[in-house]
Design a protein around this ligand. Sequence first.
Ligand SMILES: Nc1nc2c(ncn2[C@@H]2O[C@H](COP(=O)(O)OP(=O)(O)OP(=O)(O)O)[C@@H](O)[C@H]2O)c(=O)[nH]1
Ligand SMILES: [Mg+2]
Length: 226
Amino acid sequence: MGKEKALNIPVVRKVLEVNERIAEENRRLFDEKRMLVLNLMSSPGAGKTTLLETTIDRLKDRWTIGVIEGDLQTTADAERIACHGVRAVQINTEGGCHLDGNMVRAALDRMDLEGLDLLVIENVGNLVCPAEFELGEHEKVVILSVTEGDDKPAKYPTVFRIAGVLLVNKIDLLPYVKCDVNVIRETSLQVNPDLRILEVSAATGEGIEGWIQWLEDRLARLRRGD
Ligand SMILES: Nc1nc2c(ncn2[C@@H]2O[C@H](COP(=O)(O)OP(=O)(O)OP(=O)(O)O)[C@@H](O)[C@H]2O)c(=O)[nH]1
Ligand SMILES: [Mg+2]
């Protein structure tokens, strides 16, 4: 038993190290192109694609936007995004529970990166595994919808620890669900005191201005080289 553990650990480390190297190459390309790249993570159905649709509609007259859609199967999300008139590429993981640097690199070969201001990578719906794999992004954004419950940052702390921004989504449903946003704030700040927390409804647009402002500030910082 002890021997099995000793053999397994180096293999996992090696996979992560190889991934980190590829992610660094992706990051160099993103920096060269001076575009902001986000890794968008959440449980299935928390509202990643809806948030993207709302964000694109607010920004597309001013920004050139691309989206890489990660999914187990189907091209449904990429089709939803393409309807909004931006560049979209789908990655199907064929059952894999997260994206990795290599999958993103392959997707980049299929996307015109020229002139992009923002590239968002929608990860596979999963609150656990995507947190382990760097893609080369500048920021990790996690969405937690109020229908999932306020205990999630305590139960699944890793993704909240590594994210730069937490979007608490579906706040339009707060009158109907048992969820205390203050508990979400307190427990996620315990694992990550620097976490920026924004309350939004991707469906109604409530709170979206704060998110758009964060995006504008972050792109400006990137282009200033901060
Ligand atoms: N009421 C309400 N519903 C929302 C909101 N955001 C998303 N939804 C709904 O939640 C469901 C899932 O939304 P998606 O945007 O597809 O979620 P997702 O995270 O992209 O899902 P996967 O890609 O399958 O992981 C849809 O029925 C949306 O209409 C919101 O702010 N309020
Ligand atoms: Mg989606």
